[in-house]
Write a protein of this length. Structure first.
Length: 235
């Protein structure tokens, strides 16, 4: 679940039409509060998630872990700030099945493709004001999780956010698993930016609420591996 939320959270990516300087991206920065309750194998917890979105990369910071996704090279990085190590993954390949080969791997990939095709997103007429935004409710089923997305088009810069997010969604077409776990894979079916999501997972609940969002210049180094970090290769 933790890896799913990291990917999920790390993969909402958006705009930069112009570079402001050699070392700067134009983009978005937002903070969300995530509350996890009753999820098997996970402690109940509350955390602030910081997300940086540029035209070709994203960064999700949870304090004890950082996920960077480069949509040009289709490479993701998971950083451990405590011991200054990181892992590297090919985003075009499904993760979590390194020991599968031949027919077994093919069967697993076919299963994931069927699960991706079964994803359900249903709009409703119900509306609420959340964090100052007028939101519309969507009923969502993603893999084994069901829940609701409250989305809004009142976000400042929303048109830019949606246009580039839809472009980035194409990066997930070759990976059905990632398409399900990342909101980018749904943006063509959701008319708005997720302000609050409530997902029921294995008897538990994960609630993520937008706290603040702004369009701003982002330093390129946010999307690079910091000096002094060591690559760890997972066997």
């Amino acid at each position: 679940m933790r890896r799913m939320s990291q990917v999920g959270g790390g993969a909402l990516v958006t705009l930069a039409c112009l570079f402001l300087a050699v070392t700067v991206h134009a983009g978005f920065y937002f903070e969300s509060e995530q509350v996890m309750q009753g999820v098997p194998g996970q402690p109940d917890q509350q955390a602030i998630i910081k997300t940086y979105l540029s035209d070709d990369a994203s960064r999700t910071d949870r304090g004890d872990s950082v996920t960077i996704m480069n949509y040009k090279t289709m490479t993701s990085y998971e950083l451990n700030p405590m011991d200054k190590t990181y892992t590297q993954h090919d985003m075009t390949q499904m993760q979590g099945i390194p020991k599968m080969e031949g027919p077994q791997k093919e069967q697993f990939e076919e299963m994931m493709e069927r699960m991706a095709a079964s994803m359900k997103i249903e709009p409703t007429d119900e509306t609420r004001t959340i964090a100052g935004y007028t939101c519309r409710k969507y009923d969502v089923q993603v893999m084994m999780a069901k829940g609701t997305y409250w989305v809004s088009k009142d976000i400042k810069g929303y048109d830019n956010l949606r246009r580039v997010t839809l472009n980035m969604a194409k990066a997930f077409e070759k990976n059905p698993m990632m398409k399900q776990m990342n909101i980018l894979g749904m943006m063509d079916r959701i008319d708005g930016f997720p302000v609050e999501t409530v997902m029921n997972v294995m008897g538990g609940k994960v609630t993520t609420t937008l706290k603040t969002i702004e369009e701003k210049s982002l330093d390129r180094t946010l999307f690079e591996i910091p000096a002094g970090y060591r690559l760890v290769v997972n066997e």
